[in-house]
Design a protein around this ligand. Structure first.
Ligand SMILES: NC(=O)C1=CN([C@@H]2O[C@H](COP(=O)(O)OP(=O)(O)OC[C@H]3O[C@@H](n4cnc5c(N)ncnc54)[C@H](OP(=O)(O)O)[C@@H]3O)[C@@H](O)[C@H]2O)C=CC1
Ligand SMILES: O=C(O)[C@@H]1CCC=N1
Length: 272
């Protein structure tokens, strides 16, 4: 595939991860641009990745094939309204903002090809996962180009309908925080059981890493892997029974429902 010109509008954490991933994949610096108000961040991107940077969004998107909108959701409307007059009809918009619908983007930018994505922060280590939804105006070639951007930092999975983005946000967008919470709680509990805090933290983190790799690399599912750790009448069974008596699965369902509802609510609030 030839290299499309990609402009990032907003070059904070997520954009910098995507840029790093694209460069590591061999995308030339000349095919990537970023627009960002912070001069420190602009200098860093120039230094680390050799890409051209801009303080003016309209200047940065001239001649770009793909425009990745990576500003905070709260300022997306203002950024889009400023960009609208400067867009060419064939430019594809890729938005990574939480809670901003394709319809809102098109109402601010005009009818055009839009890919809405939900990545997650392990993108920083190129271990991310993203859900992607394309509106009907996106061609097969443009879909492949958008997928190349997101797959530079991890797995990229296409969705059939836009509403599924709320579920992706609940599962994987916010998901790293759930695992961090579990690591925090296990560290605390390990300390209460008499371990030095640092030891409890390292045991918890390495266990999470090992379990995730097993779940990812094994040919059996997570419930079978769990069964293999759980000896009859053993220690794991005692812990799992305690989790389940406390309504663990129902609590996880409630938490993810709350995240998905909040995602839909944000779309309602910020999309006007
Ligand atoms: N963090 C996460 O877990 C996830 C985030 N996202 C989405 O990714 C997007 C970016 O998030 P993240 O990278 O964490 O946020 P950051 O705040 O790190 O990045 C946003 C960048 O946009 C810059 N900016 C501010 N105003 C403008 C403007 N008018 N024009 C161009 N750039 C501007 C900011 O500069 P300055 O700091 O100087 O204001 C900042 O560098 C958000 O929409 C978020 O919803 C999606 C999935 C997960
Ligand atoms: O908490 C949030 O709203 C964003 C979206 C997914 C992760 N962080």
């Amino acid at each position: 595939m030839s290299n499309p010109i990609i402009t990032f509008v907003g070059a904070g954490n997520m954009a910098a991860s995507l840029i790093g991933g694209l460069r590591a994949q061999g995308v030339p610096a000349s095919a990537i641009r970023a627009s960002e108000p912070g001069s420190e961040q602009r200098n860093r991107l120039q230094r680390e990745h050799g890409i051209a940077t801009f303080s003016d969004n309209a200047e940065a998107i001239k001649g770009a094939d793909l425009i990745v909108l990576a500003v905070k959701p709260q300022i997306m409307k203002a950024v889009c309204l400023d960009l609208a007059a400067h867009l060419a009809s064939n430019q594809v918009i890729i938005s990574i903002a939480a809670g901003i619908s394709c319809a809102s983007l098109e109402s601010w930018l005009g009818e055009r090809p839009v890919v809405r994505c939900m990545p997650n922060t392990p993108a920083l280590l190129r271990q991310g996962v993203s859900g992607l939804f394309a509106n009907p105006r996106v061609s097969a070639e443009q879909k492949a180009q958008a997928e190349q951007v997101l797959s530079a930092v991890g797995l990229a999975l296409w969705l059939d309908n836009e509403a599924q983005i709320d579920a992706v946000t609940a599962v994987s967008g916010s998901g790293p925080a759930y695992f961090f919470l579990l690591i925090e709680a296990m560290t605390e509990a390990g300390e209460q059981l008499g371990l030095p805090r640092e030891t409890a933290a390292r045991l918890s983190i390495q266990t999470a890493l090992g379990a995730a790799r097993m779940a990812s690399e094994s040919d059996v599912d997570a419930s079978e892997l769990r069964r293999r750790v759980t000896s009859p009448n053993g220690t794991t069974e005692a812990a799992i029974n305690t989790f389940q008596a406390g309504g663990f699965e129902a609590l996880v369902q409630q938490a993810l429902n709350a995240a998905a509802n909040r995602s839909a609510e944000l779309a309602e609030q910020l999309g006007q």
